[in-house]
Ligand binder design. Structure first.
Ligand SMILES: *Cc1c(COP(=O)(O)O)cnc(C)c1O
Length: 468
């Protein structure tokens, strides 16, 4: 399996070559030359596999340059009951006949990003070791991504993580989760500014090509192909858990921001998994809902802060991978569309044949939620089913409860546990969510964090000093 750029300007490369990189050299996203096709026999055989066995069968189709014995070892070390809370890894919770939640948030940081990031940590260590290389990951976070990256990379050989977060802006739980890590390769930097200031500092470091090359600066953001591939696995797992035979179809409802999670669903469907609909759920930042309803993609000036904060985006970086398929994998057409994004802030497919194909050929529908919807859904699910869901999962659940098609199993992807968003849960149901045992007293642990002004030179100096 070889990889190309959506914009056509990259010579085909192997999985190991693209794993450590971000954008393709031409500014596009990396995609496989084609999607592997799953036969009926394969689907039948896969139904009875454990999570790590299934993950191995799927990932090996995309990571063809990693020897199978090595890959099997990496995956078996990654998806363990110890790390994910049960041998099932992603248990399916049935609320009523035809309606389920796929639990993706039982990893170390209690959000679905652990599903991919934990595998990425082990893949990074393996590939860097083989090549005798190191990487220094520099990122900015307002919550879930940074902690998932730190828990995945802690103690890994060849990797340092420099994670910037806005000083005093994250919840006590989120701060404790990140800053209490004592591993020598993890550096927490609290920036005296907003998330955007932290992100601008990271961009500035990356724009200094000489610094970037000299200090081997890398990233693990949502466009990383390894993350997308790891996420394909749980669509298969969720499908098998929700159905009795491979004759059935499933709808997946996916709380979405950067389109990384549901992009993996699209790939699973392209591989031949019997998915009927992929339902894209957004919050008030409804860039994606607008696109799937109208065919118009319109980047916003800035994201609006909401009570499902991990879905607060102004553009959906991974959408380019889907649109590449939508325009028939024509990189000239794709590049022209993203030129319009750069020049005019978006593009309009409403008058093209692509628009109709969103729902027919590709199975996409969408919807949005507001803060009031979120509270009402959390309340309703607690009342009807005795289950407390987090605000992001609620954005998906609202659409699932409105699905007309009761003959088809509907699976809502749970993207975080409610404990991470205590204030919204308290507002919705008047009580605090249950706390997992390991998190007891976490806020009281010693914290390791350095406070820094919004100063790019200070950041460069800090990095250079620590890896010299
Ligand atoms: C990251 C995140 C999302 C959005 O996922 P995308 O892959 O960016 O679409 C949704 N919910 C939670 C809790 C997240 O952390």
């Amino acid at each position: 399996m070889r990889y190309i750029s959506t914009r056509g300007g990259m010579p085909p490369a192997s999985f190991s070559d693209i794993l450590l990189g971000g954008l393709a050299p031409d500014g596009g996203l990396v995609v496989p030359e084609s999607y592997p096709q799953i036969s009926t026999d394969m689907l039948l055989a896969w139904r009875s596999l454990s999570y790590p066995e299934l993950a191995f069968e799927i990932v090996r189709l995309f990571a063809t340059d990693i020897p199978e014995a090595d890959l099997r070892g990496i995956i078996q070390r990654t998806y363990t009951a110890d790390v994910f809370g049960s041998a099932d890894i992603t248990p399916l919770r049935t609320l009523r006949a035809g309606l389920h939640i796929l639990e993706l948030s039982n990893g170390p940081t209690l959000a679905f990003k652990d599903m991919a990031m934990q595998l990425l940590g082990n893949l990074f260590e393996y590939v860097l070791g083989k090549r005798n290389e190191t990487v220094n990951i520099v990122g900015a976070t307002s919550g879930d991504t940074g902690s998932a990256a730190e828990y995945a990379m802690r103690g890994k050989r060849g990797v340092n993580v420099f994670m910037l977060s806005p000083h005093g802006k994250m919840s006590a739980f989120q701060r404790a989760q990140m800053y209490s890590l004592q591993d020598a390769n993890i550096f927490n930097i609290a920036v005296q500014g907003m998330f955007d200031d932290a992100q601008d500092m990271v961009k500035a470091v990356n724009n200094d090509a000489a610094f970037k090359a000299r200090y081997k600066i890398g990233a693990v953001n949502s466009i990383n192909w390894g993350r997308v591939i790891a996420q394909v696995v749980y669509y298969f797992k969720g499908y098998f858990a929700a159905t009795r035979s491979n004759d059935e179809q499933v709808n997946f409802v996916v709380p979405s921001g950067n389109f990384g999670n549901v992009c993996a669903g699209h790939i699973a469907r392209q591989m031949g998994l019997p998915i009927k609909r992929l339902v894209v759920a957004t919050n008030e930042n409804d860039v994606l809902d607008e696109f799937f309803r109208t065919g118009v993609y319109r980047v916003r000036g800035a994201a609006q802060p909401t009570s499902s904060p991990s879905m607060d985006i102004s553009k959906a970086s991974n959408l380019e991978r889907f649109v590449f398929d939508l325009v028939g994998r024509d990189s000239t057409k794709l590049a022209a569309l993203w030129q319009q994004v750069d020049q005019q802030g978006g593009f309009d497919l409403s008058a093209t044949s692509c628009f109709g194909e969103l729902a027919t050929t590709y199975g996409f529908t969408s919807g949005r939620s507001t803060h009031a919807d979120r509270l009402a859904t959390i309340q309703q699910v607690k009342q009807q089913f005795g289950v407390v869901i987090d605000p992001h999962t609620a954005d998906g659940m609202k659409l699932a409860l409105a699905q007309p098609d009761s003959a088809v199993q509907t699976v809502v992807l749970e993207t975080a546990l409610p404990i991470k968003f205590e204030d919204t849960i308290l507002e919705a149901i008047g009580e605090r969510p249950a706390r997992p045992a390991f998190a007891d007293g976490m806020e009281g642990l010693p914290q390791r964090v350095d406070v820094m002004a919004v100063d790019v030179e200070a950041l460069k100096h800090y990095i250079a000093e620590r890896i010299a």
